[in-house]
Design a protein around this ligand. Sequence first.
Ligand SMILES: Cc1cc2nc3c(=O)[nH]c(=O)nc-3n(C[C@H](O)[C@H](O)[C@H](O)COP(=O)(O)OP(=O)(O)OC[C@H]3O[C@@H](n4cnc5c(N)ncnc54)[C@H](O)[C@@H]3O)c2cc1C
Length: 620
Amino acid sequence: MDLTENQAKQKAMDLAEDSRQSEWRYPSFVAELFQGNFRWDLIHPYPVQTAEDKQVGDDFIEKTRVVLERFIDPEEVDRTGEVPREALLALAELGCFGIKIPVEYGGLGMSQTNYNRICSFISSYCASTAVWISAHQSIGVPQPLKIFGTKEQKEAYLPRLARGAISAFALTEPGVGSDPAQMTTTATPSDDGSYYLLNGEKLWCTNGPAAEILVVMAVTPPKIVRGKERKQITAFIVESDMPGFEVAQVCSFMGIRGIRNGMLRFNNVKVPRENVIGKEGEGLKIALTTLNTGRLTVPSTSSALGKGVMHMSRDWCRERVQWGLPIGEHQAVGSMLATIAADTFAMESMAWLACAMVDRGGADIRLEAALAKYYCTETSCRIADDFVQIRGGRGYETSVSLAARGEAPIPAERIYRDCRISRIIEGTSEIMRLFIAREAMDSHMRRIMPLLDPRKPLAAKKPLIWQAIKFYVPWYCRQWIPSSAGYDTRHLSGTNSEHLTYIAGASQRLARTMFHTMAKYKQKLECEQLILQRFVDIGTDLFAMAAVLSSAEATLASRGADNDLQDLVHLRYQWMITDIYRELPEIPREDTPETLERIVIGKPESDASEDASVETKAGV
Ligand SMILES: Cc1cc2nc3c(=O)[nH]c(=O)nc-3n(C[C@H](O)[C@H](O)[C@H](O)COP(=O)(O)OP(=O)(O)OC[C@H]3O[C@@H](n4cnc5c(N)ncnc54)[C@H](O)[C@@H]3O)c2cc1C
């Protein structure tokens, strides 16, 4: 790698660092989990939606159902690439574009949970229609305005947005996807500072070609931060009727064909200074903060996909007979069905837990949302693939073709095409893993990285060394002491309660291993993506399992004994353990000869007693 590449990489990393939310104002269950602190109290009792709030959501879903059934045929949307205009108008009339906008600004002011329930319902009927609503509200103008907008901006825009003025979020450019440091769209301030001239192109902007109001990220003049020149990215409210705004192309895709998405061009678009959201240079931070809650929609729509697929697969597994048996009774197919059921339960448990955390407040959910997005999109795409498999040739055939010979129009291939995008938008899976790793290691990075900085003089390091010793000696010792906390799991079966203790222990082992690995690789760890990826995958599985246990506890507490549910939980646990082992082969580097156990469990080779307990649990 030559110097220029190194510098470019460093610039990108610096910008990402400057733009991340550095403070942790509230506790995070997942951040604690990666630290070896299993804080069951942060997710238990499982925050079940209140009956009143649920009723509000149920009533709205019913009204939405009427509109969808009246105006939308999802097959027609897929074929024509259009969600009918009258459908969008009827949904706007109902208030669908203002579900999360506060009542004082003309919206419905619903909870995050109800918003995501409604999006999930719409998505399970027609994924393209749900994207119109979620691109508008999950990432479009309302969300950043709610968090960062001034009173004047809220008053000027939120009522319009709530009534159905479509909005969009424009970050990506032809040369800028995961790495916004390369952004080239510029916003040049006028001499008197009263306006900016916006120039550049934005690619794949969902709702963009139909939007009235957009949030656009653009580069403003650089600033000197800590002695270095730093690129400034700023967020602007742009109206599509501003002269110089142009839809350069309407794009078409493999799935969700009814969305309106395109490349936008800005040609000396004059944007008033009052349209800056937050401060100059805060654009990326605004985008990332918006996405923290914005990306909660995808996990809930993914779990709705799982649920829909589970019902359709179950019926087909009973109905279709081959080799003298319903196909579900052949073990290979039955196990796919069971996996879909257990994974769907895990997706639901994670997605609704994260939504409830937003509604309840007092929790930092950046990691929970990221893990839920990563897990649920990966899992739902696998489920869609299994669905095609379970349906055999019919899974590959379009529903229109099936219907043409009188068969049930099950849209397995459309579901498969529609869901694939979820692993790419709002942070690709690879970028989510890097984001999760960075946030999960934040506590260590704040304490250890300054000590490893060769540019820092020893005198400046001395107080930090002392602080680090004071923190790490007790912390490290704690990671070796088995957690004996009496977790409240009174409604879970004995086996499922034991799983909780296992998760607590696994979280300690994960924390120790991460610590050892950091000590070994130091600053180079950020380049060891395969190692980080494994840590993230283990943490994600532990979170999935903890959410499953908490959710099952709540269900069993209200419903009483349910062996099927207990089995489902146990099943999910067993796969988790298998997954952890599959995900952690030896680190594929010649200079890292550690064995799987030493890397995963972070213990000396001689510790045979811990080996034994892990083997029993893993069933290997
Ligand atoms: C249908 C659709 C809707 C969209 N809607 C919007 C929208 O409304 N607004 C908007 O601004 N954008 C939108 N996008 C853009 C979307 O967010 C980007 O496609 C996404 O961020 C990835 O960027 P990219 O496609 O340029 O991929 P790239 O960034 O070029 O990445 C290509 C591959 O390399 C991987 N990769 C990149 N960097 C790293 C790294 N450091 N380490 C490991 N792997 C890496 C990626 O994970 C990916 O697998 C949309 C895209 C599509 C297709």
